[in-house]
Each structure stands twice: as structure tokens, then as C-alpha cells.
Design a protein around this ligand. Structure first.
Ligand SMILES: NC(=O)c1ccc[n+]([C@@H]2O[C@H](COP(=O)([O-])OP(=O)(O)OC[C@H]3O[C@@H](n4cnc5c(N)ncnc54)[C@H](O)[C@@H]3O)[C@@H](O)[C@H]2O)c1
Length: 299
């Protein structure tokens, strides 16, 4: 008879994070960011490494100076370790391993520890890559996400996944690691091109079809306002879509997707492949929404 012993390990980890909706995030009199960091519990100013998507930096040339001035205005809570790093955004952020290495190197150079913060400001691709860096250096540094596209504010930025592409495979290296906080600031949306403005709205249509008929009716009624870039309508769309994503993650029973893939992931598998085959010229956000809507309508 073969002897066998077992010690069974079991513990539960509780996650909580907030998604804020604000405007003029880095205006000196907007205390939100400073308040959040102050409430972290540890005394003294926290080190922050800020990473900015180059598409955002180009469209918001005042941003880097505003972040530095904001940090200087709250020296008791914030200590910016260097000028915000400007990193190429879009899918290249996830395809180029040297960009990930730049962030790891900065964490080392500026001596960030597990009580420090990395703040990622950008589209979904940059957030995915910086999130992966933050989750892996020191086995996890607090991540502040500041999503700057519609899709990033209503989907990528509010969820628990981070990743980079490798071996010609989308999201091949990644983590499930919730952010410390998400700060959705409306001023960034104004500079999106029409494609990126609408790609995030398509995500909302998919989520509404799966989860919330009333939200779908709101989207139908608001179609023209969305296309004409009415900001309050878009903010309502983002808020409800983000809320449905958050509810889904919290209540689906498998926030880290160990079992079947989540119902909201209609079309993802094929979309990832098509995006890669098109050499990322047609983005995932478009493929997923087209395939997802196709799949929903033929269920
Ligand atoms: N982790 C997740 O759960 C999750 C969910 C959905 C999508 N994603 C990922 O998100 C990525 C797509 O993200 P996306 O749709 O936000 O696009 P993106 O990050 O590829 O950005 C698109 C372009 O917009 C620019 N940009 C970003 N914000 C801007 C602004 N405010 N003004 C002007 N230009 C701006 C970027 O520089 C880039 O050139 C994909 O890599 C996808 O895999 C991840």
C-alpha cells in the first residue's frame, strides 16, 4: 500500500477598488488624487512613477507640467520620482519588450518599493502593459489607472487583467491583478479621433445587449448624440458600461477566469487572431465588437 499525506491550504483574499469619474484631474484644486494617496494608511509622501501614453502627451502638451505642478502642490502626500515618462501608446506598447523594460528599469533606478505607486495614463494598450509591469516588479506595486480612451474608461481600465503580447500571440504574458484605483477623467476624451471615440461605444452596445435592455434603449436613443460627440451622453455611456463590467467581475463567480470564458468575451478569441493577422492595423476593439455582435445576434 502506498502511503499518502496531505495538508490542504485554503485562504480567501478580498479585493476592493474604486472607479472615480472626475474632470480636470491634475488641476491643483482637484484634491481627488492627493486624497486617495493620503488615505493609503502609510505616513509620509509616497513615491509615484507616472507613465504617459505618447498619443495623450501629443494631444495634451500641458499634461506633463500639470502632473509635476500637482505633485509639487501636495508634497506631504505625493513625491513624483521623475518627470512623467512618455511611452509609445497603441498596440506597440504591448508588442515592444523594451518599453516594458524601461518601466522596470525606472522602478529600480528610482527605488520604488511595495508602498510606492505607478500611475499609468493612456489608452487600453498602455494600461495593459504598465499594469503588467506594476504587477510583476516587487511582485506587485500599487497601480493607479488613468484611462484616456472610451474603451479604456468603460472596459480595459476598470477590470483586473494586464498583459503584453509575445511570440506573435496577443496577451501571451499577463496577470490578473486589480488596480489600486481607477480615475476616469473626461478631459482626455475630447482629443480622441472618431475611430477611438466610437470603438468604446461599440463595447457599450455589446455589454448592453448581453446585460441591460434599458441601457440598450438609451444607446439607441442617443446614437446621434454619441456620433456628434456629446460629452454628457458619452459620460453616461461610460459610467453604465463600466458599472456593468464591474458588477460582472464581482458576481460572475470567477473574476480570474479559471473556468469558461466570461459571457462578455464574445468574439475575443477570433478577434485576437484577426487583429494579429492584420498586423494590428484593424484594432482588437473593432474586431471584437463586430464578431461579438455577430455572435450575439446568431445565438
Ligand atoms: N485588460 C483588459 O481587460 C482589456 C479589455 C479590453 C481591451 N484591452 C486592450 O486594450 C487595447 C485597446 O485599447 P484602446 O482601444 O484604448 O486603444 P489604444 O490603447 O490602442 O489607443 C489607441 C490610440 O489612441 C491614442 N490615445 C489614447 N488616449 C488618447 C487621447 N485621450 N487623445 C488622443 N489620443 C489618445 C493612443 O496613443 C493610441 O495611438 C488592446 O490592446 C486590448 O487588448 C484590454
Amino acid at each position: 500500500m502506498i502511503a499518502m499525506e496531505m495538508i490542504r491550504q485554503h485562504f480567501a483574499v478580498n479585493y476592493a477598488y474604486s472607479v472615480y469619474f472626475t474632470a480636470d484631474l491634475f488641476r491643483r484644486d482637484n484634491t481627488l488624487l492627493s486624497d486617495i494617496i493620503r488615505q493609503d494608511g502609510q505616513a509620509g509622501a509616497k513615491k509615484i512613477l507616472a507613465i504617459v501614453d505618447d498619443g495623450v502627451a501629443a494631444s495634451h502638451p500641458e499634461l506633463n507640467a500639470a502632473i509635476s505642478l500637482y505633485s509639487a502642490a501636495y508634497p506631504e502626500t505625493l513625491s513624483l520620482v521623475c518627470e512623467p515618462l512618455i511611452i509609445p501608446g497603441g498596440e506597440n506598447a504591448k508588442n515592444d519588450p523594451s518599453l516594458l523594460a524601461r518601466i522596470q528599469e525606472a522602478v529600480n533606478t528610482f527605488g520604488l518599493c511595495r508602498h510606492s505607486f505607478i500611475m499609468a495614463i493612456g489608452g487600453g494598450a498602455l494600461l495593459d502593459m504598465v499594469g503588467y509591469a506594476a504587477a510583476t516588479v516587487h511582485r506587485g506595486i500599487r497601480l493607479i489607472r488613468v484611462p484616456t480612451t472610451v474603451l479604456a474608461q468603460n472596459d480595459t481600465g476598470v477590470g483586473v487583467k494586464n498583459a503584453v503580447n509575445a511570440y506573435y500571440k496577443k496577451n501571451f504574458l499577463g496577470t490578473f491583478a486589480p488596480p489600486y484605483v481607477v480615475l476616469n477623467a473626461s478631459e482626455f476624451l475630447r482629443t480622441l479621433n472618431q475611430r477611438d471615440w466610437l470603438a468604446g461605444a461599440a463595447e457599450a452596445i455589446k455589454v448592453a445587449l448581453v446585460k441591460d435592455p434599458e441601457f440598450f434603449e438609451f444607446l439607441e436613443r442617443s446614437a446621434e448624440a454619441i456620433v456628434k460627440r456629446d460629452m454628457p451622453t458619452m459620460q453616461n455611456l461610460i459610467r453604465r458600461c463600466a458599472e456593468l463590467h464591474l458588477n460582472h467581475i464581482a458576481t460572475c463567480g470567477e473574476p480570474f477566469e479559471r473556468g469558461t470564458s466570461r459571457p462578455l468575451d464574445f468574439g475575443h478569441w477570433a478577434a485576437h487572431k484577426l487583429e494579429q493577422l492584420s498586423n494590428y492595423s484593424v484594432p482588437l476593439s473593432i474586431w471584437i465588437r463586430v464578431l461579438g455582435l455577430y455572435k450575439i445576434s446568431f445565438r
